[in-house]
Design a protein around this ligand. Sequence first.
Ligand code: NI
Length: 138
Amino acid sequence: MAGLVRFSVSIEDGLLKKFDTIVKKEGYPTRSEAIKSLITAALVRKEWAGNNEVAGAITFLYNHHKRELANKLIDIQHDFGDIIISVQHIHLDHDNCLEIAVVKGKVKQIRNLVSRLKSAKGVKHSDLTMTTTGKKIS
Ligand code: NI
């Protein structure tokens, strides 16, 4: 585990008050934890800005009565079998299915999969949660 480093930061009083409001609202125990979270978020954004190996979760919602769509979504997932780690299927109600695909792979591949799923005719909503494999975050 990396050692802790203590450093000081100089910022405007008003900005610090706003930051402390966020720290309190989000429930961080200390400013240090909040700053650590912001730095990590910036590092993850940077990973996703290049074609690095990253991890994420893709959610998509569709009506399973549209058989062609359900088959198409399965075909797409098989095309990306090398980056899809697992898929959870939730029968939300009589018509709607929610699927969550956990992915790990290169950014371009994941974005390609997201585009294919999102643009499949009949998908009601799709979104991508971007995270990291953790290898570049200490
Ligand atoms: Ni279902």
